[in-house]
Design a protein around this ligand. Sequence first.
Ligand code: UD1
Ligand code: UDP
Length: 355
Amino acid sequence: MKIVTVLGARPQFIKAAPVSRALRQNHQEIIVHTGQHYDANMSDIFFEELNIPKPDYHLAVGSGNHGKQTGEMMAKIEEIVLNEKPDYVLVYGDTNSTLAGSLVAAKLHIPVIHIEAGLRSFNKLMPEEVNRILTDHISEYLFCPTDTAVENLKNENITKNVINIGDVMYDAVLYNRELAKEKSQILEEAQLKKGEYLLITIHRAENTDDPEKMKSILQAFSSTEETKIWPIHPRTKHKLADYGLNVEEIPNLKIIDPVGYLDMLTLEANARKIVTDSGGVQKEAYFMEVPCVTVREQTEWVETLEGEANILVGTDQAKMTEAINKEVKPEYKQLFGNGEAASKIVEVLEDRLNA
Ligand code: UD1
Ligand code: UDP
């Protein structure tokens, strides 16, 4: 089997690590990095830490408006796919790199494998929602992380080759958790004590593109004296500067550059609570059994809301503060598979190939 994998953004590198490892045992994989994320701490660090094979092609598309960014990716991916003639094109999640890869493949009649299919927020104002709906509707294999995702696809009349194999991000956490304990020094470096800080990540366009929402989020952070660590996404850093919003007055807040995966797992595992608008971080909070507060109006990961393991608060300052302070005692369940999603994907593809 020859597969062209298209990726380009931070969470996709993490998802690719277990899948590439499983695929490459018996098959050929060509990795195309679109260059959507390009800072060393948004890209290279993950390839190094997670032993992801070096991309065969690097498109260096970089940042830009959606149309330009996606269009440039498509033109370059098309050339590669025509040249490489793969059996499948594989894409992850819901970024512009996902859409570019899937759209090119579908037009060339190359079957698309979508990993993390079926997620929905039911909010088409999110660029991710548009990307994933379109990708799901042109994919041949739809590997879902949850039963909810399978159900979402059924509701859109997509049932062929829809399989819940669990979450590849859970595979990645299980594989790297011990390694993180061994290697990461981040708690010492940032002078943090287990269970005595909040971990913050914010990057969603719906939040960062609205100065009022960002103001409200910062006010919620100001309302607590608790130590807070915030590895800041470059998008958010740029936006705070554009809006002239000052974070220096916020008590006990440490803003740091984005961290590598092993440091991030360590920060997550040892936090008292995690405050985020990230999809991946919501799930990792659940895997680590650390309560989460999600700064969004909807979540695709509805399972995590049970027992208030994750509380959806939007950007209302009072709601955020209340959720941050709330004592919760959720019962964590194994909702995201058994950590073998990647090998199951390969098994399914091999079975179909031999059928
Ligand atoms: C993208 C995805 C989002 C995903 C996120 C993961 C889309 C539409 N969005 O959002 O679904 O959750 O990645 O992190 O695909 N920037 C840098 N250096 C980098 C990368 C980005 O400075 O290495 C800055 C640039 O100012 C850029 C901005 O961040 O304009 C946004 O980057 P972009 O990739 O367009 O979107 P993300 O917000 O990262
Ligand atoms: N992550 C990381 N370093 C950071 C922030 C996040 O390694 O400084 C990891 C995090 O552990 C998770 C993934 O990046 O595996 C989530 O990516 P992100 O929040 O950028 O995107 P989303 O999941 O919302 O699409």
